[in-house]
Design a protein around this ligand. Structure first.
Ligand code: PEP
Length: 252
């Protein structure tokens, strides 16, 4: 049985004071544990403040990226240890916006996963095809290549500790969602790929989230699919009510 995981990616929204208000509303709205794990990922500048708000609640703190080095002359970057030190438990890695705008590569994703795992952070590793790739019939191959790169050289027990997120690029922030069958089928393919690359038992236990315009009104039909273990939520995580409704829809 895989514990459902709902993660909110706040992207580059919310100043620190705005983030505190939102985090407080989420903590209040999601005060009752129901078996679903919930994570919020504010921007770096709000992590410490939001960490103070969520302490002692059922909400965990996550970051949106990290650098793979322990420390060093990497201006503008943040290490796994720095995130861990301010209370992060999760970190999003390889989001398509980082791949698209900041040159994130599969090799970089792999290095970041290793760094996160070494600091006991749970990576949420994003994979997903563009619209052109889907239309060209290349979606499954693209996702497979991204998985191979991300998981390269990781031990089975390390893969078990991370979460994967299938995020078709054409569905992110567009209001266009993959149909539950499209998502379920890709998740099954991801699980098969993990079984092939790593281990069948690990593939059965690793969580695979869906991301791409998940909203309160489509969450249930996605989350009730057997292969979908949770959601990575962008826009709808910026309001406590819609985020809480999505988290509630994940309850098994
Ligand atoms: C995301 O940022 O990972 C995402 C899925 O965004 P949205 O829910 O807004 O499509």
């Amino acid at each position: 049985m895989r514990t459902p995981l709902i993660a909110g990616n706040w992207k580059m929204y919310k100043t620190s004071s705005e983030a505190i208000v939102l985090a407080k509303a989420i903590v209040k709205t999601l005060s009752t544990p129901d078996g679903t794990q919930v994570v919020i990922c504010p921007p770096f500048t709000a992590l410490a403040a939001v960490g103070q708000v969520v302490v002692g609640s059922r909400i965990s703190l996550g970051a949106q990226d990290l650098h793979w080095a322990k420390e060093g002359a990497y201006t503008g970057e943040v290490s796994a240890e720095m995130l861990r030190d301010i209370g992060c438990r999760y970190v999003i890695i390889g989001h398509s916006e980082r791949r698209q705008y900041f040159g994130e590569t599969d090799e970089g994703v792999n290095k970041k996963c290793r760094a996160a795992l070494a600091s006991d952070l749970t990576p949420i590793v994003c994979v997903g095809e563009t619209l052109a790739e889907r239309e060209a019939g290349r979606a499954y191959g693209i996702v497979e290549t991204q998985l191979k790169g991300a998981l390269s050289g990781l031990l089975p027990e390390q893969v078990q500790r991370l979460a994967l997120a299938y995020e078709p690029v054409w569905a992110i922030g567009t209001g266009r969602t993959a149909t539950p069958s499209q998502a379920d089928e890709m998740h099954a393919h991801i699980r098969k790929t993990v079984a092939m690359l790593v281990d069948a038992e690990i593939a059965r236990s690793v969580r695979i989230l869906y991301g791409g315009s998940v909203k309160s009104d489509n969450a249930k039909e996605l989350l009730e699919r057997s292969e979908i273990d949770g959601a990575l939520v962008g826009g709808a995580s910026l309001q406590a009510d819609s985020f809480a409704a999505i988290a509630a829809a994940a309850k098994r």
